[in-house]
Design a protein around this ligand. Structure first.
Ligand SMILES: [Zn+2]
Length: 206
């Protein structure tokens, strides 16, 4: 399958499964996962771990005593490139925010704490893998899916893990959404110190 045909197949898959995607997003947005709320971040990681396991990844749960756990999932294909998908499970919002202003859709926009930054992005990564599977695409050597616990604070414990994982990859894509005008902003933390592709699609948006 050439690239254009693959893009059409992925787009069709996403359109076909949009309702399920939105139901999943509703589930994740309902979980308060502020960086310092370990039970919430861990609950998001529980959900992702199950989903990645179902997709055939070997999932490593990196337990942490204070902040939420990190997840590193790996699977192998039949190609040469090593690809990293990078995301974070935490948000900036305190406990109670999801109840106060829950997931909702207004004028075609999804609203709710952490919906854009970055639970929709995490799900987009999951659904991208599903779509590639459905298209029979396995032209990668390794697919790494790393979800860290602490993107929203300055004193980050996950940076060594991100850097070490990035060194295992040829290309890294962060799962942050772009702003509505398409601008991509790459904060310092997302620069992985690894030439190609790092920071693709990286933006800060609430
Ligand atoms: Zn983010």
């Amino acid at each position: 399958m050439n690239t254009d045909a693959l893009a059409v197949a992925v787009t069709n898959y996403m359109n076909l499964h949009l309702d399920r995607y939105l139901a999943d997003l509703r589930t994740l947005v309902a979980i308060d996962s502020g960086t310092h709320h370990k039970p919430g971040v861990d609950a998001v990681q529980d959900w992702l771990q199950l989903r990645l396991d179902q997709l055939g990844f070997d999932v490593e749960r990196l337990h942490q005593p204070v902040l939420g756990d990190n997840l590193l999932a790996t699977r192998h294909g039949e190609g040469k490139r090593r690809i990293l998908l990078l995301g974070h499970a935490d948000t900036v919002f305190p406990v109670g925010t999801a109840a106060a202003r829950p997931f909702r859709m207004e004028e075609g926009k999804v609203l709710g704490p952490g919906s854009c930054d970055m639970k929709a992005g995490l799900l987009s990564g999951i659904y991208a893998v599903e779509a590639l599977d459905a298209a029979g695409y396995r032209d990668y050597a390794t697919l790494l899916f790393l979800v860290v616990c602490d993107e929203e604070i300055h004193e980050r414990c996950s940076l060594p893990l991100i850097r070490a994982t990035a060194r295992l990859a040829d290309v890294a894509y962060t799962l942050e959404a772009a702003r509505e005008w398409g601008h991509r902003h790459c904060p310092q933390d997302c620069r992985l110190g690894h030439g190609q592709g790092a920071g693709q699609g990286c933006a800060r948006r609430r």
